[in-house]
Design a protein around this ligand. Structure first.
Ligand code: SRM
Ligand code: SF4
Length: 578
């Protein structure tokens, strides 16, 4: 009876805490994470990894039933390629020779992802995509020029993408060029370290940080500090490179919640406690093929100086205690479920300097009634006389000549700075008012429009089957064609966010879209298997965040236009153009 009362009161307290979060919504559906499914035994809290010569290794007694990725890590720590410069030796060996053994294949296809190198075995054999750390999505003309020059030599095999985590990716790289590319990256202040597999992804912040007249806090220093910790300022941080799974972090700086806090493993929500500025904490948001979960409230508040220590404590909790069996059940939320949010918090607390973390501030600083803004076009900055210009990059794809032009424009009209948004678009900041009209005449703005057509404007598309070996469907070209047809035939009184993702990994986050399209196999009228999409509806971002659900499954790609037109009319009040 007492146990029942304690659990019930605990749930009421948690509910109150949750209701004080942004828009009261963030964790409403997360009852699952409040209490552990079974009581946590003491030996469950024994760390499963130990430090051996600087690398964190899974202890022998926890190796039963581990997944294949764990075995690959045990056979050889992937960070050795960077820390011990083994990449330089590997790059000198003929590719076919490396690829002739199981160990070599594991190096190429898996271990090199710790260095941000993704072998595109299925669609671009022998070539690599390279992904970076670009804290807060802030880049500049020098970096853009360098990346453009890297891919120029690969001709039609090279291109670049803006990603859904405010980041650059470049394509076409061959292994022998990698050591030189690493040297160049260091010169321009970029790093590709720890950007794939069981690592922390790019820390996301407000793309308007520091220039936004309405911002709550400039997120750039926090994202930079997090990134510096995560990759040890480019040297590699082996204390967090053997996580049970990938892990995402963001720092919120605006009422618009451009940073998507509800779908990050750790999100910092600005909040003042006893007159001191800091952050409330959300944990556990993630997407995966088998389960998608919104972040839940952890009863914690940190001051600005404790942003990095808290991230470290959460990561070490996940590293030490996270499950390493079925890979579909290894994201951090599974650990939170298993321990219960209270026990999880107490494990985090143990790993904080001083062994304590303060309780959350009653209310965070997000205005739940805020209307999300658009970036496109010209907007005054908080700095008088300066403007930022939002530019649309169709499905985030760029070629080298366009990148060089972009770099030139950033230098000529701004201060060389370029920002990337999680919608795969660009922002050019710091353009003096007197230069705006000249900038608007630049031919590049015909391609990267400051005023894109309505349905194109909010289109997001993942890499899809052009390069991604996991894809079931082509995304970028197909979605561009579809929105072109939608723009020609339909009109809607409000902007619609359309997201296309090539498989259930949902890198293009279909669950947050008004209409999301997830690649799947479908059957055409003759029952022949064809590429198709499951259609999601009703995803919301911002203070009333909500994950969308499937409304129609297995729609053949060729049938999409009429189906989408009808959904738009039925659910969003769209009309056919005369
Ligand atoms: Fe992703 C794996 C591309 C954001 C969930 N993702 C992949 C791989 C690496 C698969 C592969 O090896 O081919 C894709 C590389 C394709 C390529 O050649 O570009 C890939 N993911 C992307 C990007 C480039 C999509 C884009 O076009 O923008 C995004 C890169 C972001 C970055 O800069 O780091 C990208 N991926 C995401 C997101 C969105 C986000 O973080 O907000 C998600 C869902 C959110 C999440 O993870 O909680 C996402 N990607 C996945 C998953 C499923 C993870 C899971 O827990 O099951 C995989 C597969 C995996 O990890 O096993 C995956
Ligand atoms: Fe590849 Fe699937 Fe991610 Fe698209 S959603 S990039 S197809 S893994």
């Amino acid at each position: 009876m007492w146990l029942f009362i304690i659990v019930f009161v605990g749930m009421l307290v948690m509910e109150t805490i949750r209701c004080s979060a942004a828009g009261e919504k963030v964790a409403a559906a997360q009852a699952v994470a409040i209490a552990p499914s079974v009581p946590v035994e003491e030996n469950r809290l024994v760390p499963r990894v130990e430090n051996r010569d600087g690398y964190w290794v899974l202890r022998e007694e926890f190796r039963a039933g581990i997944n294949p990725a764990e075995k690959i890590k045990l056979e050889k720590d992937p960070m050795k390629f960077f820390v011990e410069k083994e990449i330089e030796k590997l790059a000198k060996i003929p590719f076919a020779e490396i690829d002739s053994s199981k160990a070599g294949k594991d190096d190429l296809d898996t271990r090199l992802k710790w260095l941000g190198l993704f072998h595109r075995r299925k669609h671009q054999y022998g070539r690599f995509m390279m992904r970076f750390k670009l804290p807060n999505g802030v880049t500049n003309s020098e970096q853009t020029r360098f990346l453009a020059n890297c891919i120029t030599k690969y001709g039609k095999d090279g291109c670049a993408d803006l990603t859904t985590r405010q980041n650059w990716q470049i394509r076409g790289l061959v292994l022998e060029d990698v050591p030189a590319v690493f040297e160049g990256l260091e010169r321009v202040g970029l790093s590709s370290l720890q950007s794939g597999m069981d690592n922390v992804r790019n820390p996301v912040g407000n793309p308007l940080a520091g220039i936004d007249p309405d911002e709550i806090v400039d997120t750039r220093p926090f994202c930079k500090a997090l990134s510096d910790y995560i990759i040890s300022s480019g040297k590699g941080n082996t204390s967090i490179t053997n996580l049970p799974r990938k892990w995402n972090v963001c720092v919120v700086g605006t009422h618009d919640l451009f940073e998507h806090p509800h779908i990050n493993d750790l999100a910092y929500m600005p909040a003042t406690k006893d007159g001191v500025f800091g952050f409330n904490v959300l944990v556990g948001g993630f997407f995966s093929p088998k389960r998608c979960a919104e972040a839940v409230v952890m009863d914690a508040w940190v001051s600005e100086k404790d942003v990095v220590p808290l991230c470290k404590a959460v990561l070490e909790t996940f590293r030490d205690l996270g499950a390493r069996g079925n890979r579909q059940k290894t994201r951090m939320m599974w650990l939170i479920d298993e321990l219960g949010i209270e026990e999880f918090r107490s494990e985090v607390e143990k790993r904080m300097p001083g062994g304590a973390v303060l309780q959350r501030a009653g209310k965070d600083l997000i205005d739940p009634n805020w209307k999300r803004r658009t970036f496109y076009g010209v907007h005054p900055q908080k700095q008088p006389g300066l403007n930022y210009i939002g530019l649309h990059v169709p499905v985030g794809r760029l070629q080298a000549p366009e990148m060089l032009e972009l770099a030139r424009i950033a230098d000529e009209y701004g201060n060389g700075e370029i920002r990337i948004t999680v919608e795969q678009n660009l922002i050019l900041p710091n353009v003096p008012t007197e230069k705006v009209s000249e900038l608007m005449k630049e031919p590049l703005l015909q391609t990267y429009s400051p005023n894109p057509t309505p349905f194109l404007a909010n289109l997001v598309a993942c890499t899809g089957s052009q390069f991604c070996g996991m894809a079931i469907a082509e995304t970028k070209a197909r979605s561009l064609q579809l929105v072109k047809e939608l723009d020609e035939t339909m009109e809607c009184s409000r902007p619609l966010r359309l997201h296309f993702t090539g498989c259930p990994n949902t890198c293009a986050q279909v669950q947050v879209a008004d209409l999301g399209f997830m690649g799947t196999m479908a059957r055409d009228a003759n029952k022949k298997p064809v590429e198709g999409f499951d259609i999601y509806i009703g995803g919301r971002i911002g203070a009333d965040s909500h994950l969308g659900d499937i409304i129609q499954s297995g729609v053949p790609a060729t049938d999409l236009l009429p189906v989408v037109q009808n959904l738009m009319i039925e659910h969003f009040g769209a009309k056919r153009k005369a």
